[in-house]
Design a protein around this ligand. Sequence first.
Ligand SMILES: [Zn+2]
Length: 218
Amino acid sequence: MNKKHISEQIIKYCLKMEKDGLTSGTGGNISVKNENRIYITPSGIDYSELIPEYISELDEDGNFLGIGKRPSSEREFHSKIYKTRPDVKSIVHTHSTYACVLGCLKKELPPVHYLVASAGKKVPVAGYAGFGTKELADEICSVISDSNAVFMANHGLVSVGKTLYQAYSTALYIEFVSKVYVISLSCGKPFELDENEIADAVERIDSYLGSKKNLWDK
Ligand SMILES: [Zn+2]
């Protein structure tokens, strides 16, 4: 896989993220890890203006190698997640509305719908820290060990996967379930799946989303 191929896939998913309403403006970012390099969206450039040459190349520690445009201000947490979770090969960060709502309430997403299983048995909340800081990376990594998605308090969502397809799909599913949960709470007390039901869904969704050979296979 060369940088151009990976960059084209990152851009394809950035445009999808915008079309699917998972972010607004230049908010959010996407990265892919390939061997000892991290490829990440650049800082402050509209997704519609991205070209493969703009995608930033980092070393494993998140240092910018001078290839591509200036990297996303959130490269700190991307590189730390890859170190914390060696199984992860792609990360999607969004400012999607209902994930932000739950993040502002510091409220975990319980298994109120089987698609929570794309993240795990629930979606935990990482404590607040300023954007782009090492402290934010620490907060996220303290809760991401057994979940493929995390709400960032007063900020947004981060989701991870063995492929870009898995990380992106999880971001999309968790936004959908967050919306269902917030609406359900407004008119009653939603029922939750029991331990066996959610465990079964986790196993089946992981084999569906996480068993692809290539980073972007569907
Ligand atoms: Zn953000």
